[in-house]
Design a protein around this ligand. Structure first.
Ligand code: GRF
Length: 208
């Protein structure tokens, strides 16, 4: 299974994928890393791992890209024969070109238990709301913001002493487990989606 990873920044989730690939537990190959930001640390991480790393110039700073800009990502993903796409800290909203090229084959990692706290500053939103448990979600990407069908979630308790920083770092540690594990599960088992619900092929469906 060949995966293209879209990034914009630090790239710690990309690193988790690259590390899992290196130790043979990803069950997939990172075929290419594409960044809309020229100086993204994520690009250096990809290069260090020997993975093609490409800056894709995007004209507008707006979250929603123009279709011709987004088409560049589709062309490069196809050129590198990516079968799935992972958004790992990609700070743009995916639109029609990518969704049509990779229907139900684009994953995103988000630092909250969706549908709570979509969008920016999810950990701050969780703290301010006063939830006792938060976590991370790996989900399929649809045309909304953090709104697609849920593939995997991991929980993190919120402590009274937590700050946005301390909570973010504990959530991030769970992200680094959840994302490679989900890619592996797709590669090894696969799933089918019915509406919002995802049914994994390696899990029984008996009701009690
Ligand atoms: C992560 O918290 C991820 O959940 C969110 O953006 C952040 C990216 O971090 N979508 P990194 O670039 O993977 O370190």
């Amino acid at each position: 299974m060949r995966v293209g990873v879209l990034v914009s920044g630090r790239g710690s989730n990309l690193q988790a994928l690259l590390d899992a690939q290196a130790d043979g537990t990803l069950g997939a190959e990172v075929a290419v890393v594409l960044s809309d930001q020229p100086g993204a640390a994520a690009l250096e991480r990809a290069e260090a791992a020997g993975v093609p790393a490409i800056h894709v110039p995007v004209a507008s700073k707006r979250a929603r890209m123009r279709e011709d800009d987004e088409q560049q990502f589709v062309s490069l993903l196809r050129e590198h024969r990516a079968e799935w796409v992972v958004l790992a800290g990609f700070f743009r909203i995916v639109g029609t070109p990518l969704l049509e090229a990779y229907p139900d084959r684009i994953l995103n990692i988000h630092p909250s238990l969706l549908p709570s706290f979509p969008g920016l500053h999810a950990q701050r939103q969780a703290l301010e709301h006063g939830v006792r448990v938060t976590g991370c979600t790996v989900h399929l990407v649809d045309s909304g913001v953090d709104s697609g069908a849920i593939l995997e979630q991991r929980t993190v308790p919120v402590g009274q002493a937590d700050t946005e920083e301390s909570l973010s770092s504990r959530v991030l540690a769970e992200e680094h487990l959840a994302l490679p594990a989900t890619v592996r599960r797709i590669a090894v088992a696969g799933f089918r989606r019915e509406g919002r619900r995802v049914f994994w092929n390696d899990e029984g469906e008996e009701r009690t």
